[in-house]
Ligand binder design. Structure first.
Ligand SMILES: Nc1ncnc2c1ncn2[C@@H]1O[C@H](COP(=O)(O)OS(=O)(=O)O)[C@@H](OP(=O)(O)O)[C@H]1O
Ligand SMILES: Nc1ncnc2c1ncn2[C@@H]1O[C@H](COP(=O)(O)OP(=O)(O)O)[C@@H](O)[C@H]1O
Length: 566
């Protein structure tokens, strides 16, 4: 079997008796509460999936990884594994101290002996690791949200994270290696995935098995992937259903609690190292591996072949073989999948992009049989109900007095009167008295307010309801984040009520404009605070041009067009 990365498979858990003592003693130690990414990293560190790492990186390793893809001792390692904390937490700690690492419920998982406290240069890290400073890159966005200080040091596990899902699909690197050894699997090709798999993937992985003359480790990520990805449970149901399409006893399906960074080439190399630790000696790398797609201008963040090239360049050092794959496409002429590299000139092929697939699912349209297996389609259908059963948010935005609440009320009445849909209203003024009580009108408070509204709306939508939201929502970023959150579960219809400022001011139903003009009320939207006009809302309506009922009827028209209501 292939050697672990760095030669030794780490197991950072303390023996049971010592772990119990350490847990008991942990109550007296300073603690750090870990977020989702950090918990995923910790679990993989403790299990040895990140061998040879023995803890969160100190400054020397961090610098060496960012600058040169290597740990300080020269071992290949492409992605920083850091424990970021707030300044407040950091000032209370000193090097040499033990810190207990807990989850939000307070359960202690590990003790970190702090060897380093350092402030990473995140701008440099963004460029080196992600190749961009673009805050819309999900990895960079996460980097910018990180606490400003990092704690480095060895970790010792005092308790294994408990999982109640996919229990039969969880295996540590040590368990996986034993499982492979028990079956005599010496040539194992690993396939990393965060998406549902279809016929093309089955074809590709079967070919990979044939090419290496071995077995397949189907190793989907069940930690954080990308916002908007199909949820883990649905995906794993799809993977389980697919197993029947492989020859018996050739495939090991296991889940990996990894928090992805979407770092493209560097991430591909990291994925290979992790799979090496699990005992795979071959690794499939396709186009744009672990890339987050394209930026706002439509340019891909990474060259499609860059990930393959980077892993290939280090394959010898890793002792692994890269199995590069060109996309598989369906040839109706041959009634078979073929590699896009094997196409004959002029050969007609079919393919569906992820976006096209989501559109078919969203529209309730049939998915062609050449594309996916009926079992997989059925599972995806449960997750993407047909439009009339799917949730949606109607998200108004516009100046105070534009008519948002009034149109929202007319819309709610029309829906309740004419459909059996469940409708909830999240009106700006009401939300501010309840969900957002205590928040003011600073940039940060307005963002927090929209985040809360979006979160509640996304839950309503997830459960198939209609959420009508009517805040001012003056910032484009906040509106985009709200859309992303909701669209993971259903539709998001942004309605810009574009009533001119002078009309709103003339209405002044609450007397706020007068106060804002006199200076008694500060930071008033449109007068002394910005309103970023939506560039491409789903609907734009002048709240002075028609009656509220007519304007609401236009929105009903859009809901009908999208078949969200009958
Ligand atoms: N400084 C300032 N700027 C804007 N609006 C103000 C302000 N102070 C109080 N109000 C009243 O609060 C309502 C807007 O709250 P929102 O939650 O919709 O605003 S935001 O989306 O968080 O920006 C808004 O209600 P609507 O008139 O219904 O829009 C105002 O009545
Ligand atoms: N389409 C419309 N035509 C005429 N007046 C309207 C219209 N929509 C709203 N109004 C009036 O404008 C005022 C402000 O409307 P409101 O819904 O409270 O705005 P917002 O929620 O955007 O602050 C109210 O007096 C309301 O009756």
């Amino acid at each position: 079997m292939i050697e672990p990365h760095g030669g030794v498979l780490k197991d950072l858990y303390l023996p049971d008796a010592e772990a119990l003592d350490a847990r008991r003693a942990s109550g007296a130690l300073p603690g750090v509460v870990l977020g989702h990414r950090q918990l995923c990293d910790l679990e993989l560190l403790l299990d040895g999936a990140f061998s040879p790492l023995e803890g969160f990186m100190g400054e020397a390793d961090y610098e060496a990884v960012v600058e040169g893809l290597r740990l300080f001792d020269g071992t290949l390692w492409p992605v920083p594994i850091v424990l970021d904390v707030s300044e407040d937490t950091a000032v209370s700690l000193a090097t040499g101290e033990d810190v207990v690492l807990r989850d939000i419920q307070g359960t202690a998982y590990a003790v970190l002996t702090v060897s380093d406290i350092f402030r990473p240069d995140t701008a440099r890290e963004a460029l080196a690791v992600y190749g961009t400073h673009d805050p819309h890159h999900p990895g960079v966005a996460d980097l910018l949200r990180r606490g400003g200080v990092c704690l480095g040091g060895r970790v010792r596990g005092v308790q294994r994270p408990a999982h109640y899902d996919f229990t039969d699909l969880r295996a540590s690197p040590r368990e996986m290696r034993a499982w492979f050894a028990g079956r005599g699997w010496e040539r194992v090709v690993a396939f990393q995935t965060r998406n549902p798999l279809h016929r093309a993937h089955v074809e590709l992985t079967r070919r990979a098995m044939e090419a290496v003359g071995g077995n397949l480790l189907l190793h989907p990520v069940v930690g954080r992937t990308r916002d908007g990805d199909v949820d883990t449970y649905t995906r794993v149901r799809c993977y389980r259903a697919l197993l029947a399409h492989y020859p018996p006893d050739t495939v090991k399906l296991a889940v990996l609690p990894l928090a992805m960074r979407m770092a493209g080439p560097r991430e591909a190399l990291w994925h290979a190292i992790i799979r090496k630790n699990y005992g795979a000696n071959f690794f499939i790398v396709g186009r744009d591996h672990a890339g987050p797609g394209a930026d706002a201008s439509g340019r891909p963040y990474y060259e499609p072949l860059a990930a393959q090239a980077l892993v290939q360049a280090h394959a010898d050092e890793l002792g692994m073989t890269v199995v590069p794959f060109a996309p598989m496409v369906y040839s109706p002429g041959r009634q078979a999948y073929v590699s896009s590299e094997e196409l004959r000139t002029g050969e007609v092929v079919r393919d569906l992009s992820g976006t096209e697939l989501r559109k078919l699912l969203r529209d309730g349209a049939p998915i062609p049989e050449w594309f996916t297996y009926p079992e997989v389609e059925a599972i995806l259908r449960q997750r993407f109900p047909r439009p009339q059963n799917r949730g949606c948010a109607i998200f108004f935005t516009g100046l105070s007095g534009a008519g948002k609440s009034t149109i929202a009320r007319a819309l709610m009445a029309a829906l309740l009167e004419n459909t059996a849909r469940q409708v909830s209203m999240l009106d700006g003024d009401e939300v501010r008295k309840t969900l957002s009580a205590g928040l003011g009108f600073s940039r940060a408070d307005r963002s927090a307010n929209i985040q809360r509204i979006a979160y509640v709306a996304s839950e309503i939508v997830r459960h198939g309801g209609i959420a009508i939201c009517a805040p001012i929502a003056p910032y484009a970023d906040d509106r985009a984040a709200a859309r992303a959150l909701v669209e993971a579960h259903g539709d998001f219809i942004e309605v810009h009520v574009s009533t001119a400022l002078d009309v709103c001011e003339a209405r002044d139903t609450k007397g706020l404009y007068a106060q804002a003009r006199s200076g008694a009320l500060k930071h008033f939207t449109g007068i002394s605070d910005p309103y970023e006009v939506p560039e491409a809302p789903d609907l734009r309506m002048d709240g002075a041009a028609q009656t509220p009922i007519s304007l609401a009827a236009r929105i009903v028209g859009v809901l009908r067009e999208r078949r969200l209501i009958a």
